[in-house]
Each structure stands twice: as C-alpha cells, then as structure tokens.
Design a protein around this ligand. Structure first.
Ligand code: HEC
Ligand code: HEC
Length: 272
C-alpha cells in the first residue's frame, strides 16, 4: 500500500492508519455492488444472449455488442428499454421478464464490453472488396444498391453479424443461415428457405420461399423470377431447412484472401 510511508511521515502514526483504514472501507463499499451487478449481468448474458450475440458480445448472427457506441442504444436508458422489450420485429426477442436488478446487471455488463473492443478482423478490407467482385458475390447480393437479390442484402452486414459468422457464411454457408427478421418465430427462422414445389402437372420448381399462407406459396425460382402457386394445385412442397442456396467458396480462396474478404464484410455498415 504505497501511501502508508508517506502518510506516516506527515501525520502522527495512528492518524495515518485510521485514514488508510477509512479509505479501504470506503473503496470496498463502493466496489462491492458494482462488481456484483457486473457478475450478475455476465451470468445472465451467458444464459440469455450469448447464442445470438456471441461470447462476450463478440457478435454472431446478431450484432457485436463489444463496441463503444451502440446504434440502437445510445444511452443506458435506451439500452435498458431495448433489453426489457427486445426488438421483436428485428429478430431480437424479449428474452424473458427481467427484474430491476437483472436489468441493471445486464446494462452494466453490456456497457463493460464496449470498453475493450475486440481486435479487428485480420485482413485487408479494400483487397477483400476486389475479391468480392472477382468471385461474383454481387450476382446474388446487393451492397449500397448494386447487385442481385437472390441472397440477403449485405449493405450493413458488418454491423449485424460477427466476424466468425461472416467467415462461416463463406466457407460453410449451411452452418449459419440467417434467422430472418419476421415477427412470427416459426416463419422468421427460414426466411431463405429452399423449397421444391411439385405440381400435380408439370415439372418441379426449385427456389426460395418468399411468402406462404394457408392457400398459396410464393417462390423465387433459380432463374430469379417470382412464381406463385395455389396449394390445391400442388402434389407436395418439399421444404429443405438448413440447406444453403449459396455456393461454397473454400476452393477459390487462399487463407489470406479469406481474411481479406471477411475484413471487407465486417467493414460494411460497421459503426466507425
Ligand atoms: C434470438 C437472438 C437474440 C437474442 C437471444 C438476443 N438478441 Fe440482442 N439483438 C438481436 C438482433 C438480431 C439484433 C439487431 C436488431 C437490429 O439492429 O436490427 C439485436 C440487437 C441488440 C442490441 C442493439 C445493438 C446495436 O448495435 O444497437 C443490444 C444492446 C442487444 N441486442 C442486447 C441483447 C441482450 C443484452 C440480450 C440478452 C438479454 C440479447 N440482446 C438477446 C438478437 C438477439
Ligand atoms: C447463387 C447466389 C449466391 C452467391 C453467388 C453468393 N451468395 Fe451469399 N447468400 C446467398 C443466399 C441465398 C444466402 C441466404 C442464406 C443461405 O441460403 O445460405 C446467402 C447468405 C450470405 C451471407 C449471410 C447473410 C446474412 O444475413 O446472414 C453472407 C455474409 C454472404 N452470403 C456472403 C457472400 C459472399 C461474400 C459471396 C461471394 C464470395 C456470396 N455470398 C455469394 C446466395 C448467394
């Protein structure tokens, strides 16, 4: 304890000790509640949030939370409200009813993540952009208004997903299918659900389901045009959850190129 020798020189012995003891007691009482909020928040996060937001908020199929600034939670009140209510129409559920203590813990923990941002993904983003163009990703994906629409828009993908998820989406697309943002959980999970439509007459049609209700189903076929079917005209609909429509790119990419491509994807829409 460094101050002790100094204090004992300028103050009578016992005063110095008393002062020091007081400081220690004050520090302990100030530190204890904060530490337990943080610890409570950490445990809750492990149970309720980690599947989507990744370990320590490093990002997964939901945004990285280890950032100094959160777009949808500029201050603690907004963060608290967001955790309490979720963003059900954006793929973030209201996880469960949380007590005041639990909310305080989660706010404290999420804020603490932002103080140590994770290391940026290794790789060179401008190189990655060239690779993105070379591999023809834009045939299916739109970035800033440019490109196709078979796959999801990637304009802000770096804000929405973590680096590891983005890496997987290139090397093993089936492993990380987007959850989708539809409010009805049963449907939201498979927004890019591959289907094979087998009509009573005529050839089967392969494509991605765009929409479905009790009587009809709309599909974007592999030629990128949209077809609608009446279910009463169909023999069957084969749904293929977990089956990606995206080509696998491992063979075309050296390790360093993959890093560059991931760095580029991470940079898209990421807060500065
Ligand atoms: C089922 C997946 C899922 C779970 C579970 C989940 N979230 Fe989210 N969360 C999301 C998604 C998706 C978004 C992005 C919404 C958007 O911006 O469109 C999000 C956004 C956020 C944001 C705003 C991020 C930003 O950059 O503005 C915060 C903060 C957040 N979540 C905290 C939490 C906490 C804390 C928990 C656990 C109590 C949690 N989330 C549980 C999916 C989830
Ligand atoms: C033939 C069309 C097609 C091509 C080409 C393609 N993708 Fe995809 N991509 C998809 C589809 C469809 C999905 C939706 C999920 C699935 O089916 O895998 C997807 C999903 C993704 C996702 C996840 C998006 C999200 O919201 O989670 C990323 C990232 C991605 N693609 C990046 C790329 C990159 C990088 C390339 C080029 C190396 C590429 N894609 C080439 C069709 C394609």
């Amino acid at each position: 304890m460094p101050p002790a020798p100094f204090l004992s020189r300028v103050l009578p012995r016992n005063t110095g000790f008393l002062l020091l003891a007081t400081v220690v007691v004050l520090q302990l009482s100030a530190a204890t509640p904060a530490t337990s909020d943080l610890e409570l928040g950490r445990q809750l996060f492990q149970n309720l949030c980690v599947t989507c937001h990744g370990f320590a908020g490093a990002g997964g199929d939901a945004p990285v939370l280890a950032r100094a600034k959160l777009l949808r939670a500029p201050d603690d009140d907004a963060l608290r409200a967001l955790i309490a209510e979720g963003l059900p129409d954006r793929g973030m559920p209201r996880v469960r009813r949380l007590t005041e203590n639990e909310l305080r813990g989660l706010v404290t923990y999420v804020r603490s993540l932002g103080s140590v941002p994770p290391a940026p993904a290794p790789g060179n983003a401008p190189n990655g952009q060239q690779i993105y163009l070379r591999l023809g990703c834009a045939a299916c994906h739109t970035i800033n208004g440019q490109g196709g629409t078979i796959g999801p828009e990637l304009t802000a993908i770096g804000r929405m997903r973590g680096a590891e998820y983005l890496r997987q989406s290139v090397v093993n697309p089936g492993a990380v299918l987007p959850r989708g943002t539809l409010p009805i959980p049963a449907r939201g999970l498979s927004e890019y659900l591959p289907v094979v439509i087998v009509p009573r007459e005529g050839p089967p049609v392969k494509g991605l389901r765009l929409n479905e209700d009790s009587f009809t189903i709309q599909v974007r076929n592999n030629m990128n045009s949209i077809q609608s079917f009446r279910k009463s005209d169909l023999e069957r609909i084969e749904k293929q959850p977990g089956k990606s429509q995206m080509p696998v790119y491992t063979a075309q990419l050296k390790a360093a190129e993959l890093n560059d491509l991931v760095a580029y994807l991470c940079s898209l829409g990421a807060a500065p």
